[in-house]
Design a protein around this ligand. Sequence first.
Ligand code: CAA
Length: 384
Amino acid sequence: MTFKLNDEQRMIQSMVREFSRKVVAETAMERDRTKEFPAENLEKMGELGLLGMMVPLEYDGSQADTVSYVLALSEIAYSCASTAVVMSVHNSIVCESILRHGTEEQKQTYLKPLARGDFIGAFALTEPHAGSDPVSQSTLAERDGNDYILNGTKRFITSGKNAGLVIVTAKTDTSQKHQGISAFLIKKGTPGFIVGRLEDKMGLCASDTADLIFDNCRVSASDMLGNEGDGFKISMRALDGGRIGISAQSVGVAQAAFDAAVKHAKGREQFGRKISKFQGLRWMIADMATEIEAARQIMFSAAAMKDRGENYTVQASMAKLFASEMVNRVTAKALQMHGGYGFVKDYPVERFYRDARVFTIYEGTSEIQRVVISNHILKDKRRP
Ligand code: CAA
């Protein structure tokens, strides 16, 4: 049975759909070319309440549920996946982590402006030699009176250059594994916090992906998120929500590619008839529609489990795994259906194909999602 949306969820969906297709879509192709950060989109999204979607009203958020959030996120992804990934990390990882683990002072100081969209948030867990295995990270945070001094390099940080606040993990106890990792809230402009090189990527070109370097960066102990040693679990819980976000991004991009492919098939003629009349393409259309619908339902089920306060770790991994692999199949078929026009930049389908490629990689590769899911099923934990 199709997931039934309530009136509020439908209203949010149609409001964001209109905004996305009128405003966000307008500059998406150009931004892909110029790699310009979608600051204007984000400013308007802040005004619409899309940057603190699941944050309570008392912290200047919109107090929407996760189902509304995935609807909104997939609508933004439909027009511009670069804008969507910034929205996803900001909402699912940064705002939610501060809401869940922050002190009242941290919520007043950081969560409120984040939720209003005054600045964007980023999350720095990955390092050059610690990707799928974040426990092996080597950034150090050494206690010095009421402060910590951070040294190390983070890599592949979404919005690393443009964020006003970053959640940074670092080792506070090198003798421990995951219990030796802590999380810190670090503002842009803090001395010793340097934005390093920017990645030159095949997709998501308007979203910056940066190295962040910490060179004797002094952070007050009051800016630690949670307690010392909580950083790994804070990150894992954040990624549970983030992975639902990536499923929403996948559904949005897949729907856009599908709609473009159907439109093309209905308009293009070969051998004296519309190419939509050929069975080969009709079967592709049926398979794409079925896969998108399946991904949408599992996305909704993960979001609804989160809203009900159930443990949704496995459902989030399933949603991320299935949806991110689905969008890679769907965008490849959409491109194929466009023939030569799929390969050129006059049509958006090649952008969808490039943008989707990273979805099976970031916020936990498909292989990591399979580890999480199978460990749960077999109740027999295996290291990857
Ligand atoms: N929620 C809460 N706690 C969790 C948890 C979760 N989802 N997952 C694990 N934990 C807890 C465990 O219960 C355990 O706690 P105890 O010792 O108290 O029992 C502790 O954390 C350690 O768990 P594991 O032993 O299972 O940890 P592990 O080292 O074997 O790793 C892993 C598990 C699933 C492989 C994990 O390392 C992982 O998810 N890796 C992928 C990392 C990742 O997704 N990186 C993406 C980077 S962020 C990004 O891409 C953002 C961006 O900018 C777009």
